[in-house]
Every structure is written in structure tokens, then in C-alpha cells.
Design a binder for this molecule. Structure first.
Ligand SMILES: NC(=O)c1ccc[n+]([C@@H]2O[C@H](COP(=O)([O-])OP(=O)(O)OC[C@H]3O[C@@H](n4cnc5c(N)ncnc54)[C@H](OP(=O)(O)O)[C@@H]3O)[C@@H](O)[C@H]2O)c1
Length: 153
């Protein structure tokens, strides 16, 4: 199954200045939920989200990073830390990421973990079976009237 997992504020804000809208550690229970839900499965993310992780790999998950840049997909570029045994698989498109995830790991779920451009792309491609969403209590950006789409601040 292909599942989106996403967290937003009451105005559907999902990101700010390249990171989450809320300070790191604000919602430990949501982080626990994210980990417990995705561990053992495949996580697919855009390159900006990958860079925002602050670590080279989300452990105990098969990481797939989508980038258009052929240079970023080369092993030499990715191998900034030669001792790093685990590294993501880099895909050039959503299609390639999903094909890899489904065929290599056919028994695992595929979690689309962001960011904004990847969520938009998967929703438009109509490949999502389930959406797991957490709404945070506080507003972190501008108020929006009847927000209907995920937003970045
Ligand atoms: N609240 C949440 O649940 C949540 C979850 C995840 C992320 N976020 C937030 O979302 C923000 C990042 O979102 P974003 O939209 O800026 O970035 P993103 O979706 O994480 O990554 C965008 C990058 O993905 C690659 N990409 C996008 N579409 C592609 C396509 N069709 N084919 C190939 N590659 C493609 C490109 O990488 P290249 O430029 O390398 O080609 C593009 O620059 C951050 O603020 C992050 O904290 C929030």
C-alpha cells in the first residue's frame, strides 16, 4: 500500500524555512507515532526533506530520495561519509521510486514522507491508498481562510 504520512498546523502548514513549522521536540508523541508507523517499511521523500532530516538515513527503514539532479544520484556525491554503510536509494522520478519500492520490497508499505512537492505529486498521480495525518494544536504561520492545500511558510 502507498500511504502518505504528514503533520500540519490548523492552517495546513507543513514546513517553514526548510524545516518543520514547529521547533524540534515540540511534539514528541507525534515523532514516536511517525517512527512506530514507518519502521520496517519504505520511506519516500524529496531531496529537500532528505536534507532537512539532519542525518544521512532514517534508520530501520528503506529510504528512497527523489531528485532530478543526476549528480546527486551518483555514488561519489552521496559518499560524503565513506564509513556510512546505509545510504538511501536515489530515484529520478516518483515512478522510479515507487517501482523500486514495490518490486524490491513487495511486502512492505511505502510511506510518502514529504515534502510539499512530493505530497502534491503523489496526490495528483492518484497512487495513494491511505493518508495518515496529524493536526497540531497551535498555529505556526499566517492564518488562512478555508485552507484546502498543504502549504510551506
Ligand atoms: N510536516 C510534515 O509532515 C513534513 C514532512 C516532510 C517535509 N516537510 C517540510 O516540507 C519542506 C520541504 O518541501 P519541499 O516541497 O520544499 O521539498 P521536497 O518535496 O522535500 O523536495 C523537493 C525536491 O525533490 C525533487 N523533486 C521534486 N519533484 C520531483 C520530480 N517530479 N522528479 C524528480 N525530482 C523531484 C527535487 O530535488 P532536486 O532539486 O535535487 O532535483 C526538488 O527540489 C520542508 O520545510 C520540510 O520540513 C514537512
Amino acid at each position: 500500500m502507498v500511504k502518505i504520512i504528514v503533520a500540519y498546523d490548523p492552517n495546513l502548514l507543513i514546513g517553514k524555512n526548510g524545516g518543520l513549522p514547529w521547533p524540534m521536540g515540540t511534539y514528541p508523541e507525534d515523532m514516536k507515532h511517525f517512527k512506530a508507523t514507518t519502521i520496517g517499511h519504505v520511506v519516500v521523500m524529496g531531496y529537500n526533506t532528505y536534507k532537512s532530516l539532519g542525518m544521512p538515513f532514517l534508520p530501520k527503514r528503506d529510504n528512497v530520495v527523489i531528485t532530478r539532479d543526476p549528480v546527486k544520484r551518483t555514488i561519489e556525491y552521496q559518499d560524503a561519509n565513506p564509513t556510512q554503510k546505509e545510504r538511501p536509494m536515489f530515484a529520478s522520478s516518483l515512478d522510479e521510486a515507487l517501482r523500486y519500492a514495490k518490486f524490491v520490497h513487495e511486502k512492505k508499505d511505502v510511506f510518502i514522507i514529504g515534502g510539499a512537492s512530493i505530497y502534491k505529486m503523489v496526490l495528483e498521480a492518484d497512487v495513494v491508498d491511505e493518508i495518515i495525518a496529524s493536526q497540531m494544536k497551535l498555529v505556526y504561520g499566517q492564518e488562512r481562510e478555508n485552507p484546502s492545500a498543504l502549504a510551506l511558510g
